[in-house]
Design a protein around this ligand. Sequence first.
Ligand code: PNS
Length: 161
Amino acid sequence: MTKAICPGSFDPVTNGHLDVFARAAALFDEVTVAVLINSTKAGLFTVEKRMEMIREATAAYPNIKVDSFHGLLADYCKAEGVGAIVKGLRAVSDFDYELQMSQMNSQLGVETFFVATNPEYSFLSSSLIKEVAKYDGDVSQMVPANVNEALKAHFSGNLPA
Ligand code: PNS
């Protein structure tokens, strides 16, 4: 069985991430979407909420499962028998950091495969989504419906003066 992992913060998951998950799920028997538990950086959504939103948004894919991890990604992969990290590359600006991480993870025993992001989503990032949603901008075409609702609920009545 071929197992892949799509790791990230996913705070929150976007349609760009979902596109990468779906494409990985078409190529590997099992894909784990793994949310990083980062004790030094509080996110907008809790790790549990992020996982719940990803689970709902990927419900149509029986070979996608959702988990969280802390510590080294390579250690998680070894413990779970995952042989491939799959990540989306949006633009050249992603490349340096992603190349460095993939080379380090390769040294640690896990290979990375990159997919070029669908151009429809290449401008998307979780940070920009949060910024636009914070000021009541419309992100409904950029995130799954459950994330859109969660963002609205979070920011309603919470705009800065
Ligand atoms: O969505 P992000 O924040 O860009 O995801 C980054 C992530 C989670 C893939 C990366 O920070 C990671 O793998 N962290 C786990 C710690 C680790 O393995 N560090 C060494 C990377 S070479």
